[in-house]
Design a protein around this ligand. Sequence first.
Ligand code: CDT
Length: 296
Amino acid sequence: MTRIVTVGAAQMGPIARDESREQVVERLRRLHAEAVDVGCDVVVFPELALTTFFPRWYTPDLDGHDSYFETSMPNDVVQPLFDDAARTGCGFCLGYAELTSDGHRFNTYVLVDGTGAIVGRYRKVHIPGHADHQPERPFQHLERRYFEESPDGFGVVNAFGGSVGMAICNDRRWPETYRVLGLLGAEMVFIGYNTPLYYAPDPDQNPLQSFHNNLVMAAGAYQNGMFVVGVAKGGIEEGVESLSHSQIIAPSGQVIAQATVSGDLVISARCDLDLCRHYTDTLFDFSTYRRPEVYG
Ligand code: CDT
């Protein structure tokens, strides 16, 4: 029996600061409907897909951006998207800012299956940027002010007929992300991102953003025998340009679908999850060839 999962990457263009949640959810619902039209079993939205990327602005008080956070999921505004999943059988992975009932702030992904039920939650492990105001920068990257590092780490869930892992943006640059998920048996990893093209600490990296994006996700896919779905919120948002170039990568490391323009659009691929075994049973048979005892 083959295990085909048709996965969509729902790339988004900018979300304006004054765009309401209702307006954004309408955009997400249109993208979800597009994914349903092309036969997707699941569609992946970007990191922080309900709001503008607010960590680019400093507020003197830590709670100054709390209006961008969700205190429950689903909530009344997002519920129609969950209803769409239940009605169509197409699940989704949604990134948002989470404020927990005991006051913790996380950069979070939820995985929703084709019945509209939340089957997985992931909180971002690697939090980039800075925690202090740095007015000399053209814009801030204050994720370390507004989000805590997840204490939970990575995990996989059985969904859509396979083993699915999640990671968020900066996580994709770290080999540990894929290796931990690979060791857990992930066959498909969903990764949303907001990646500004301008990197203040070392602008020499600016023209390499797209190259690095593909480099890390393709290497992670190949070295761990998994599909990787990388989904951007790109374009010029509130004056800051971010990378688009969403892509779906096979365990071979090959890009099998890629966005060629920025803005809201769905790319998709039929993924045969058994292809993972071609790699994890051969070159990357961890139990035979991996040497953790000599790695330190
Ligand atoms: N959202 C996110 O994690 N963005 C980071 C930007 C790093 S520069 C401070 C990324 O790795 O793409």
